[in-house]
Design a protein around this ligand. Structure first.
Ligand code: AMP
Ligand code: MG
Length: 474
């Protein structure tokens, strides 16, 4: 069947040139489909027939432009592990086009692994199949969990090998996001002392991804407040599923509030609050329990960048920034407690809940409980399907005789993207077998629903299966 060719745009290039650079095509040898997310395409109103076409294959491999769009590499700055880098950018990625869904929402289509740009420094501009599949699997797991996230539309094999710790097949991922503007994009305008560029970026991001400012609230202040509010909720959502992002650098924090950049991230198996996975995070900067503090640190960098727009006098601007940032931790704690109350089936709110929740986590750590299975077991206890475990007395005391089992079932996933399962699927994919990847994607799309024959995907790793570290930038 002939399909109508969808039409894309690229409004990002209307921003001042500071923010983007032209990309020359760097074609790959032999593009071939690995995964297509047809459910996502449908939900975006993107023609599935087109997505199946050779034209789409060539475009999503970076071999041809998307119809109507000339790709750009996005420029940004960033604090990476605390050190500032004034000029970063899409080194191996490109903003290939923007798509407007039937409801009017605009989405970026971003290719990762599509070739070296002027930001590549010494990089080869490519990505491994395993790293792109990892991002596809984990981002789709997030979508299944209902946590704001960038999505994955496709993975295309390049027919070329890339050289990392070893030789691996290469691939290009198509990432779909509400925005690719990061805290680091604002830092770029700030470090270049370009208030006009800063304002243009602010107004574009506000118009595209935020509701109008309430009467009397200046745009920059409305923006800072909204970004902080979204991050407070997002980090709480991550922590409630035991997720560790791994590289919360300012260039990996998207201001629209979607989880972005799934590199050395993971869901915890055995609970420990200081757990990290990233091979390059030697000091635990981005550990599970450090994430709210790091988010606030990043938001403080955003606030600094926005100072010229917050007020004319710097003193006044700093006061406004401080006031807005002061709302972050209380908002995070409120979301986290709310999320935890749902996981624990506790009805209503009580001023001692924060302390009680901390106590539950201490107990989980001491016992070495598996994060996900602990809450699953508790859900069964609450539903009366399991003999009462006497050691859960502090939980029962607060839950009472009638815990909110419905809330627990909706908050405690059966399936998470367990690291050892993801690694197993990636190894199989590298050997040409996508069946384990498809099986994982199927359960992760409906993570709160038990499915027949998939009990093995719930199980934590055996000591031999445990994955200690995940590698990034690959
Ligand atoms: P990431 O770890 O994906 O957030 O990447 C950090 C920075 O390094 C970004 O600016 C990337 O574009 C760049 N980068 C990572 N891998 C490569 C590569 N293979 N070739 C060129 N640039 C890369
Ligand atoms: Mg990044």
């Amino acid at each position: 069947m002939a399909s109508a060719t969808p039409s894309f745009t690229l409004t990002y290039s209307d921003l001042p040139p500071l923010f983007h650079r032209r990309v020359e095509a760097d074609p790959v040898a032999d593009p071939a489909w690995v995964l297509r997310n047809e459910a996502l395409a449908s939900s975006l109103g993107l023609d599935v027939e087109w997505l199946r076409s050779n034209a789409a294959l060539q475009a999503l491999a970076g071999n041809a432009p998307l119809p109507g769009a000339s790709p750009v590499a996005m420029a940004y700055s960033g604090h990476q592990f605390g050190g500032f880098n004034p000029l970063l950018g899409d080194g191996r990625a490109q903003l290939a086009g923007e798509w407007q869904a039937p409801d009017g929402t605009r989405y970026d289509l971003h290719l990762k692994g599509s070739g070296a740009t002027m930001f590549a420094r010494n990089g080869d501009g490519r990505a491994t199949l395993s790293a792109m599949l990892r991002e596809y699997i984990v981002s789709e797991a997030f979508a299944g969990l209902g946590i704001p996230t960038t999505r994955s539309l496709a993975v295309v094999a390049t027919g070329e090998m890339v050289y990392r710790q070893r030789k691996e097949p290469g691939a290009v991922l198509t990432r779909v996001a509400r925005s690719h503007v990061r805290v680091g994009t604002f830092q770029l305008a700030a470090v270049n002392r370009d208030p006009e560029a800063l304002e243009a970026l602010l107004m574009r991001e506000l118009a595209r991804n935020f509701p109008p400012a309430p009467e009397g609230l200046p745009p920059a202040r409305h923006f800072l407040r909204s970004v902080a509010a979204r991050q407070a909720r997002l980090i709480a959502q991550w922590m409630c599923v035991g997720f560790i992002h791994g590289v919360m650098n300012t260039d990996n924090m998207q201001v629209a509030g979607e989880t972005i950049d799934f590199g050395p991230c993971a869901f915890m198996d055995r609970f420990h609050p200081q757990k990290v996975f990233s091979s390059i995070d030697q000091f635990g900067r981005y550990a599970w329990d450090k994430q709210p503090g790091i988010a606030l640190w990043n938001l403080t960098r955003l606030a600094e960048s926005l100072l010229p727009l917050l007020a004319e006098a710097q003193e006044a601007a700093i006061d406004i920034a401080k006031e807005e940032l002061a709302a972050f931790m209380p908002a995070f704690e409120q979301h986290f407690e709310e999320g935890m109350r749902a996981k624990l089936g506790w009805r209503g709110a009580d001023s001692d809940d924060g302390e009680r929740i901390a106590g539950i986590f201490r107990m989980m750590m001491e016992r070495g409980e598996d994060f996900t299975l602990f809450f699953r077991r508790l859900t069964r206890v609450a539903a009366g399907q399991h003999p009462e475990d006497v050691e859960l007395a502090p939980w029962r005391e607060r839950a009472g005789a009638n815990p909110d089992v419905t809330a627990m079932k909706a908050a405690n996933p059966v399936y998470i993207a367990r690291n050892h399962r993801v690694e197993e699927a990636l190894a199989a994919a590298n050997a040409g077998d996508l069946a384990p990847t498809h099986r994982l994607l199927k359960v992760l799309a409906r993570p709160f629903t038990e499915s027949d024959g998939d009990a093995d995907l719930e199980a934590p790793p055996t000591p031999e299966e445990e994955v200690a570290q995940t590698f990034c930038g690959t």
